[in-house]
Design a protein around this ligand. Structure first.
Ligand code: ADP
Ligand code: MG
Length: 618
């Protein structure tokens, strides 16, 4: 038998059933068409009725659902909460809460439930429960929360500063890393214009790249300096991304990820500086430098361009090495090139090379393996040896002179003695036999010539015979001038002197030096058969040298003759000895000086450089 209380309860259940029947029409549409799960409970928590959405959600059939009790629908740890809300509903309240429900197959779903009390004749006879499946919603919320959390962890911990700016450039968000990187608390920079932190020299660039992001609505990258709170500047790289509104497709904000790249820039600058230094070194190297890949010329320095006769570097760049190497040397060049390609440094070897105009020259070439613009290449050093060869030739020449000089002196002595004897007997014969006077004259003049040559030769260096004394150079030059003047006047030549000194003492063998000046002046006179001018000038050179210039306006010498002047017996004159300059050079060198000669069609200039003992101006 039912207890009286139970009787009341089941009476209420009946009332509820009665009520539902009565309102069947209204409830039917509400139940069947509703997406939400609806189930009606009597005040004891027994399901009395449920809609298809509920059955679909829980997996129970309609009949099975009608057997359900509230406590079977919820996991144990939710039952208390559910009953708490249910009793509130029985008391006439409308509780709404999130909970979990167990389906027939044991699946647990998230549900938001609203309990609505059902009143009949001022009595609560049951409770309608409206459940919304919030599993998806909860999952999405959870995902969003996770993403937010991840973002927070990221923005809090990464070393980049993330800044969001509005269209005016004002900072609307900045990540906490701002404090670490720039020294500003994020609140300090809020609403400030991002560009106000940029270095004045970089503002325009930063502004333009921001504008480009706004105009193109595409991400952009830029590099500029920003000022830290302590005044220091940092080089930063900024990646800007526009945030575009879905509906209007307008840019709402720009998010920039700003990274401190100061160290990288410093390394880059250092590398650049080093490269420039290296470049300068190579560019100003006295040797020609070519960098070639395979056989293509990728780089040539200024010296190289000049050496190969190129007007500018472009004339020679991208040509093949074979164009600048003499065909006879190509095979060797190829072999040595292969050695370099294998990593060997090849030593300097003489090559015959070709200038762009096809002329050849000799140079020493060395190859070094290198890297150029990230690829393997050959660093080729080309050393012009023309000058060195010239110096070598000069050395050989002066050595020859020495030997010639010594020989000449010896020969002169040996020949002079028999010559004196012959001359004596010739004079005797002349007085005794005057049959063929013209023959004697010829013999006499030829003998005189031999004697002249011999006496000239004898002037050559015999150090022990040199008599050094303090001589006034100006007086010496004036004397020489007087000596040569008669001959000059006859030839229509004027001699001018520029002596700005009163007294110019040099230590020398007076006669030998006189010989030098006479030789030079005689040559000048001989070079001006139709007259002209000779200028003699004295100039101090440094504090202990003097330069004596002899300029003439004669026919001068072409380079090939100039090159040979001073060689023993080199003359262009019918009755010349070709010894004058050679002997003069020898004498001047014995006095610690040098002779230099310049000449062209306008005339000749000879410079005699001598050490001085003392000087006094006018
Ligand atoms: P020489 O006078 O006997 O020929 P030098 O040694 O004095 O011998 O000179 C050698 C050559 O140098 C001369 O034959 C001449 O061709 C050239 N020479 C020297 N001085 C001059 C000059 N002042 N002007 C033109 N040619 C010169
Ligand atoms: Mg001469």
């Amino acid at each position: 038998m039912n207890s009286p209380v139970e009787a009341i309860k089941s009476e209420k259940r009946l009332l509820l059933i009665e009520y539902l029947k009565k309102n069947h029409r209204r409830y039917k549409t509400l139940f069947s068409d509703n997406e939400d799960s609806i189930f009606v409970l009597d005040i004891e928590g027994h399901v009395v009725q449920s809609n298809p959405a509920f059955q679909h959600l829980t997996g129970y059939s309609q009949v099975e659902a009608d057997e359900l009790r509230l406590q079977f629908l919820f996991p144990i740890d939710h039952i208390n909460k559910v009953f708490h809300h249910f009793s509130n509903a029985v008391l006439g309240r409308f509780p709404n809460f999130d909970t979990k429900i167990i389906t027939k197959i044991g699946q647990i779903l998230d549900l938001n439930i609203t309990f609505i009390p059902i009143c009949e004749d001022d009595q609560i006879v049951g409770v309608s429960a409206i459940g919304k499946d919030i599993t998806d919603l909860k999952r999405k919320k959870e995902e969003i929360r996770k993403i937010e959390e991840m973002q927070r962890v990221l923005t809090d911990n990464i070393l980049d500063v993330i800044v969001s700016t509005n269209l005016q450039g004002e900072i609307v968000y900045v990540s906490p890393s701002c404090e670490y990187i720039l020294g500003y608390d994020p609140d300090e920079v809020m609403k400030e214009n991002l560009l106000s932190f940029v270095h004045p020299d970089d503002v325009e660039k930063a502004y333009q790249s921001r504008k480009q992001v706004l105009d193109t609505q595409e991400s952009g990258r830029d590099c500029y300096r920003v000022q830290k709170k302590n005044g220091e500047y940092l080089w930063v790289e900024s990646l800007c991304k526009p945030i575009i509104a879905h509906d209007t497709l307008h840019v709402l904000e720009i998010v920039s990820v700003i990274r401190d790249v100061t160290d990288r820039i410093k390394v880059e600058e250092e590398a650049k500086r080093r490269e420039e230094t290296y470049h300068d070194l190579v560019e100003h190297s006295p040797d020609a430098v070519i960098i070639a890949k395979d056989s293509e010329i990728l780089f040539i320095n200024e010296t190289g361009a000049r050496l190969f006769g190129a007007k500018n570097k472009q004339d020679i760049l991208h040509r093949s090495l074979s164009e600048i190497i003499h065909p006879n040397f190509l095979e060797m060049a190829k072999e040595r090139g292969e050695m370099v390609a294998k990593g060997t440094i090849t030593e300097f070897i003489e090559y015959q090379l070709l200038r762009l105009d096809g002329t050849t020259f000799v140079a020493e070439v060395k190859g070094i393996p290198t890297f150029y613009e990230n690829t393997f290449a050959r660093h080729i050093i080309i050393r012009d040896v023309t000058e060195r060869k010239k110096t070598h030739e000069l050395l050989v020449n002066s050595e020859k002179l020495n030997v010639a000089g010594q020989l000449a002196a010896g020969i002169a002595h040996e020949v002079r003695n028999p010559l004196t004897a012959i001359k004596g007997f010739l004079q005797l014969m002349e007085t005794e036999d005057d049959g063929n006077k013209s023959y004697f004259d010829i013999i006499q003049s030829e003998m005189d010539r031999i004697e002249l040559i011999l006496s000239e030769l004898l002037v050559i260096a015999k150090p022990h015979e040199l008599k050094f004394e303090a001589v006034d150079l100006i007086t010496l030059l004036e004397n020489v001038k007087t000596l040569i003047e008669t001959q000059a006047v006859i030839n229509g030549i004027q001699i001018e002197t520029i002596f700005n000194y009163h007294n110019f003492t040099i230590n020398c063998d007076k006669n030998q030096l006189k010989q030098v000046f006479i030789n030079i002046l005689k040559n000048a006179v001989e070079a001006m058969p139709k007259g002209g001018f000779i200028t003699m000038e004295v100039k101090q050179y440094g504090c202990n040298m003097v330069k004596i210039f002899f300029k003439d306006t004669g026919y001068g010498m072409p380079p090939e003759i100039l090159k040979r002047v001073g060689e023993p017996f080199f003359t262009t004159k019918e009755d010349g000895t070709g010894l004058g300059i050679m002997i003069s050079k020898q004498i001047v060198e014995n006095h610690g000086g040098t002779i230099n000669i310049w000449s062209d069609q306008q005339g000749t200039m000879i410079e005699v450089l001598l050490p001085i003992a003392s000087v006094r101006l006018h």
